[in-house]
Design a protein. Structure first.
Length: 256
């Protein structure tokens, strides 16, 4: 099983519009962060987590020609607003794409993108062909992968993280309930958000993320959903041996 990091940035991306800080002006490609998303590949099956605002660019850069299914973490714009790009995959691959998420998440997606789901074809254009599937908190199988939705605290919301085989992907998180922590034992890989250095009401900061990693003890951990406070090389030198910053285009393997 391979994980391809399509984007590792926060909701504004890095560089951030109108900002001239050192990281936003950096020439280091690892400081260029599109909105957070990851593609999981397993025996030819392509599983996308979130349709980020930058999905078209991400697919072009990574030469992605097929998406078999989508897992949604939640309904916020940076994780959903690339949804219209899925229609290219429908058209060229002649497929309908199943999309999985919490009931509340899917309801918000239907509300915000009514033109996709109201059954009325827009004049002069096509719409993505999607089938929404509620996760209901139960494990299920896709493409030879065992997928377990995880309850994650994101401010006042409970959203989805996902355990997929021996890897887990958690973003937009500022708290992990006790039962979810138990489901995160014996991980080969934990992908966890670390927004910046300062505490935040809806996301872990670096110190909080490292505390969670120390408690859960995955074999390795990658930090994502990063803002423009983090210079990749500077922060990387300060991390524990089993923790690294993810970056756009990073490909890692994990046990399915």
């Amino acid at each position: 099983m391979k994980l391809v990091f399509l984007g590792t940035g926060t909701s504004t991306g890095v560089p951030t519009l109108c900002c001239d800080c050192q990281v936003c002006r950096s020439g280091d490609p690892k400081n260029k962060r599109l909105r957070a998303s990851v593609l999981i590949q397993n025996d030819g099956f392509h599983l996308l987590i979130d349709t980020s605002t930058d999905l078209r660019q991400q697919c072009l850069v990574n030469e992605i020609g097929k998406i078999d299914a989508v897992l949604y973490t939640h309904h916020h714009a940076d994780h959903v607003h690339g949804i219209d790009e899925l229609r290219s995959f429908n058209f060229f691959n002649k497929t309908t794409i199943p999309c999985y998420g919490r009931e509340f998440t899917l309801a918000k997606i239907k509300e915000n993108f009514g033109y996709i789901f109201n059954g009325v074809r827009p004049e002069g254009g096509g719409v993505p062909q999607l089938v929404l599937q509620e996760t209901e908190g139960q494990s299920f199988a896709l493409g030879g992968l065992n997928i377990t939705p995880l309850d994650i605290q994101h401010g006042s919301l409970i959203i989805n993280g996902y355990r997929i085989g021996s890897a887990a992907y958690i973003t937009d998180c500022n708290g992990i309930p006790a039962d979810t922590r138990e489901r995160l034992r014996d991980l080969d890989l934990l992908v966890l958000n670390a927004l910046g250095f300062k505490p935040h009401p809806t996301h872990f900061c670096l110190e909080e993320a490292l505390e969670v990693i120390e408690e859960i003890k995955p074999r390795r951990a990658l930090l994502t959903h990063i803002n423009h406070q983090f210079d990749h090389e500077t922060v990387s030198r300060q991390l524990p041996d089993n923790v690294s910053l993810a970056y756009d285009g990073l490909i890692v393997e994990s046990k399915p």
